[in-house]
Ligand binder design. Structure first.
Ligand code: NDP
Ligand SMILES: O=C1O[C@H](COP(=O)(O)O)[C@@H](O)[C@H](O)[C@H]1O
Length: 601
């Protein structure tokens, strides 16, 4: 039986995910076996019979045959509506998800199945900037299944040829692999098609369905919809896609882009509406920060190295900081941004998701449900944010030399009297045994002095430190710090104290540095590539489950309401600066110094 399973691991996706490590590294072979471990476990999971009943599918064999030559027999019809109430039972939930992952893995890569990816809102910014380029990169890397089709769907009138021209302008070849690039592009573009339609028109989706069927050529048809449209039309599109263009014999999945509402109530309403047309395990709520390489590496760092996990608690960690800054303003997205602000745009999702991964307990396994269960526990253990633990700011115009940088309210799509924060700093707390009393600080801002995303872990001072005299460094300040630089120029470095070489005794601060560009020659894939591939493979680990979302909103909603109801004025900071001074007072109140204020890196 074991041989049967291992002989199945020849699908394109599995192949494209076996990254080759640098020759001297045994570490990577360990980590890639973790990944194949996930697959192995998922594939071996027996099929849960209830699912077959619920989805009214044909009976499913107890042992899944994974040989590519064996046609997958059964999948959950996408439009089968499974009520979500009983999914609250996490055991059943786990079983269902593992089961559908098994089906997904069977169905996505074989000779007798096909995957159709429809980008809804294909004429838009995100589609052009991220989604089509990520799909091409997956194709280039042989990660897409043998049989696949890509459809663009939007209201704009376009022919297939015009879509191809539009998409071709956004495609780039990998720096490390330029061979055959134009051939590959042409092959890819030939598999891209376009259908123009309204987002609320069943007829238009029926037309799409017809075109999809023609291209699917009678194979088991799996369908992935990427909703790259404004949130007010999500439900219209989901309703039409699910009723008129979901797969009759394969899976149907929908990737939903943020914003997932703007507070607890609107988020819950969105979830309820989505669940009228889809099961929870058909919904892939994307947070692209979870697809970033160093965020993915966070769990590997913690759980595959002996040295970190024992230190990962209030006993040794003084505070943790999650930092996001951009060196540009809203630039054309002010209309969207003004309704959300930086807390909803970055903190409630990207930074909080990273925090949950950082702080969670060891999951039972690397399966999606085990990881998401642990993340939910962390989020539920957190205190809702208080206004007194938050500082908000907004950038104002600034002139440097000959250049004048605009204020946020100079954006034509932003009301002149807008109080929407473009910067926020916050102190959060996790009331559990591991993290009691440890401040988790977040700072996020637009139009700051630099573009960067980092996690900084500041350790406590060394008790009874022998070197606590004046050896050139204040060791109370110069505690160890672990920095995970998510972007740009990915790196993980640990600040340590060391002796300056020589006959004297002076201490210095140095970095033990894993600098990705120096260590790995391979280009780091874009987050959207990883997440699209995961959605095709049915891997939900990096997507947000509805209970995670509820818990995340519960932390921020009271604060957001208070900020808006009391019309709290932001502290103004010049475009290109380090942000409002108030952020320093906030940190000082919690006995913390922001780690990004130093001169290093
Ligand atoms: N752009 C980005 O960097 C990011 C975007 N997102 C999210 O991704 C989604 C898509 O973003 P983005 O591509 O920037 O969005 P766009 O504003 O570019 O909209 C995408 C497409 O939707 C259609 N559309 C736009 N407005 C309306 C409307 N009022 N009614 C009906 N259709 C409309 C348009 O296509 P047509 O007119 O042809 O139908 C447009 O090309 C959004 O949910 C956004 O919040 C998330 C993170 C980053
Ligand atoms: O989700 C968002 O993310 C981008 C930043 O993403 P990055 O991958 O370029 O760091 C941000 O600019 C945007 O406001 C926000 O909606």
């Amino acid at each position: 039986m074991a041989a049967l399973y291992s002989s199945s691991s020849s699908s394109a996706a599995t192949h494209c995910r076996s990254y080759s490590p640098p020759s001297s590294s045994s570490f990577y072979s360990a980590s890639s076996s973790i990944r194949s471990g996930i697959k192995q476990r998922v594939r071996l999971a027996p099929v849960h019979k209830k699912h077959a009943v619920k989805s009214q599918a044909k009976p499913v064999p107890d042992v899944l045959m994974l040989d590519d030559q064996v046609a997958p027999k059964v999948t959950a019809p996408a439009n089968s509506k499974v009520k979500s109430d009983n999914l609250k039972d996490s055991i059943l939930y786990d079983a269902l998800s593992k089961e559908s992952s098994s089906i997904a893995n069977l169905d996505s890569g074989g000779e007798n199945s096909t995957v159709s990816i429809t980008v809804v809102g294909a004429s838009g910014d995100l589609a052009k900037k991220k989604i089509f380029p990520a799909l091409f990169a997956l194709y280039y890397e042989d990660c897409l299944p043998k049989h696949f089709t890509i459809f663009g769907y939007a209201r704009s009138k376009m022919t297939d040829a015009e879509l191809r021209t539009m998409v071709s302008k956004t495609l780039t070849c990998r720096i490390d692999k330029r061979e055959n690039c134009s051939e590959k592009m042409e092959q890819f573009l030939n598999r891209c098609f376009y259908h123009s339609g309204q987002y609320d028109s069943k007829e238009n989706f029926v037309e799409l369905d017809k075109k999809l069927k023609e291209l699917e050529g009678g194979r088991v048809a799996n369908r992935l919809y990427y909703l790259s449209i404004p949130p007010n039309i999500f439900i219209d599109a989901v309703k039409c896609a699910s009723s008129s263009a979901s797969s009759a014999n394969g899976w149907t999945r929908v990737i939903v882009e943020k914003p997932f509402g703007r507070d607890s109530e609107s988020s819950a309403a969105l979830t309820r509406s989505l669940k009228r047309y889809l099961d929870e395990d058909q919904i892939f709520r994307i947070d692209h920060y979870l697809g970033k390489e160093l965020v993915e590496n966070l769990s590997v760092l913690r759980f595959s190295n002996l040295i970190f996990e024992p230190l990962w608690s209030r006993q040794y960690i003084r505070n943790v900081q999650f930092l996001f800054s951009e060196d540009f303003g809203t630039e054309g997205r002010g209309g969207y941004f003004d309704n959300y602000g930086i807390i909803r745009d970055i903190m409630q999702n990207h930074l909080l998701q990273i925090l949950a991964l950082f702080a969670m307990e060891t999951p039972v396994s690397l399966d999606a449900e085990d990881i998401r269960n642990e993340k939910v526990k962390v989020l539920r253990s957190m205190r809702p944010l208080l206004l007194e633990d938050v500082v908000v700011g907004q950038y104002k115009s600034h002139t440097k030399g000959d250049v004048t940088y605009p204020a946020y309210t100079d954006d034509k799509t932003v009301p002149k009297d807008s109080l929407t924060p473009t910067f926020a700093a916050a102190a959060l707390f996790i009331d559990n045994a591991r993290w009691d009393g440890v401040p988790f600080l977040m700072k996020a801002g637009k139009a700051l002095h630099t573009k960067r995303a980092e996690i900084r872990v500041q350790f406590r001072h060394v008790p009874g430190n022998l070197y606590n005299r004046n050896f050139g460094t204040d060791l109370d300040q110069a505690t160890n710090e672990l920095v995970i630089r998510v972007q740009p120029d990915e790196a993980i470095y640990l600040k340590i104290n060391n002796k300056v070489p020589g006959l004297g005794m002076r201490l210095d601060r140095s970095n033990l540095n894993l600098h990705y560009a120096a260590r790995y020659s391979k280009e780091i894939p874009d987050a959207y590539e990883r997440l699209l591939l995961d959605a095709i493979e049915g891997e939900r680990r990096l997507f947000i489950r509805s209970d995670e979302l509820d818990a995340a909103w519960a932390l921020f909603t009271p604060l957001l309401k208070e900020l808006e109801e009391r019309r709290i004025n932001p502290e103004y900071y010049p475009y290109g600066s380090r942000g409002p001074v108030g952020a320093h007072y906030l940190a000082a109140k919690h006995n913390v110094r922001w780690g990004d204020m130093g001169s290093e890196q």
